[in-house]
Design a protein around this ligand. Structure first.
Ligand SMILES: [Zn+2]
Length: 75
């Protein structure tokens, strides 16, 4: 299963929650292996989540959301 950046973005919340199916997780990891912009996005999300100190309940500042959306080509 190959996914695109926009599909990856829609999987991210569940990816972080660990609730994706095995196939979806494999697809996400496969995408990260080939897509630097999504890797950077996840690095950023991981950093924010670590700072927030909370798992799965991520409230990003709106400017960060905008930047992430742009970086993965949603806007
Ligand atoms: Zn991507």
């Amino acid at each position: 299963m190959k996914i695109q950046c926009d599909q990856l973005a829609s999987l991210l919340p569940e990816f972080f929650d660990g609730t994706l199916s095995t196939d979806q997780t494999d697809a996400a990891l496969d995408h990260f292996a080939t897509c630097e912009s999504c890797r950077l996005t996840v690095d950023e999300l991981e950093g924010v989540r670590t700072l927030a100190g909370e798992y799965g309940r991520l409230e990003l500042p709106s400017d960060a959301k905008d930047r992430i959306r742009r970086s993965i080509g949603l806007d």
